[in-house]
Write a protein that binds this ligand. Structure first.
Ligand SMILES: [Zn+2]
Length: 267
């Protein structure tokens, strides 16, 4: 009997708390809203900046900002054309280059991006930066962190939404949030699921093409990243971004579509 009630409750939860990812059309669990998550994300981003050396005004830093702005306007344009503008409501785009040997980059909910100087040699140039930027921004557009947070709350029986969860168990809720944005646990950075990674590639490829960057550079970037994996210090980026071969195959499968966007938006 209880099982049945739980099943019904869960069914209700899933039926009413799903969102659809644009472009891929995948349905995802969503029991927390942007209005609830973004303030937490902005606080956390502020903490990271406070503890980092920010190089946004250097030549390379400016390059990261330029690419970020171009990708962000490509995203806004795409969402407007497809009727999904509400996705970036409350976003406060920000792009910062931080000094760190880590070969890494990420984007927190709400469009808060960090690139580490360590990833720039793999990017090589503006187009390489656009590959990573498109991919990371896509995680935020597809609400992957919010999806993970929702899953974490359900797994921990916190079914009443974020406010209720904060009241019930604030420290657990905080931990679930930090894990969702990639700052929880010992690994440091979060591993998105394989599906989420491939989805971010799919969206990112289109975003970079709309921004006027040649999407054929995306598989090339991943080959360069791959080549680093055999080095003495495998890049952090690869530990959170597994399965490069499948990734490259999928990017190539979607290249025709991406090239159409690129030709239309070429500058
Ligand atoms: Zn990723």
């Amino acid at each position: 009997m209880y099982k049945k009630i739980t099943a019904l409750l869960l069914f209700g939860l899933f039926a009413y708390s799903c969102a659809t990812v644009p472009l891929s059309g995948r349905r995802q669990l969503s029991i927390v809203s942007n209005a609830e998550v973004l303030p937490l994300s902005y606080d956390q981003y502020g903490e990271v900046l406070k503890d980092s050396k920010i190089l946004t005004t250097t030549r390379e830093g400016k390059q990261v900002v330029t690419v970020g702005r171009r990708i962000a306007s490509a995203v806004e344009k795409y969402l407007e054309e497809t009727g999904h503008s509400e996705i970036t409501d409350g976003f406060a785009w920000e792009f910062n280059l931080l000094e760190s040997e880590q070969v890494n980059a990420w984007c927190m909910p709400g469009g808060k991006v960090a690139f580490y100087t360590g990833i720039l040699p793999v990017c090589q140039d503006e187009t390489g930066i656009a590959v990573v930027m498109g991919h990371e921004v896509a995680h935020a557009i597809a609400s992957h962190a919010r999806e993970r947070m929702s899953q974490g709350m359900v797994a921990n029986g916190l079914l009443g939404g974020l406010q209720a969860a904060m009241g019930e168990n604030p420290s657990l809720t905080q931990t679930i949030f930090l894990q969702a944005v990639g700052f929880g646990g010992q690994v440091g950075m979060l591993k998105f699921s394989r599906d989420q990674e491939l989805e971010a590639d799919q969206l990112g490829l289109i975003f970079m093409a709309i921004a006027g960057y040649d999407p054929r550079e995306a598989p090339t970037f991943w080959e360069r990243m791959n080549a680093q994996a055999s080095g003495e210090r495998p890049p952090e980026f690869l530990s959170t971004h597994p399965g490069p071969e499948r990734r490259i195959d999928q990017l190539n499968e979607q290249m025709d579509k991406a090239m159409e966007y690129y030709q239309a938006n070429r500058r």
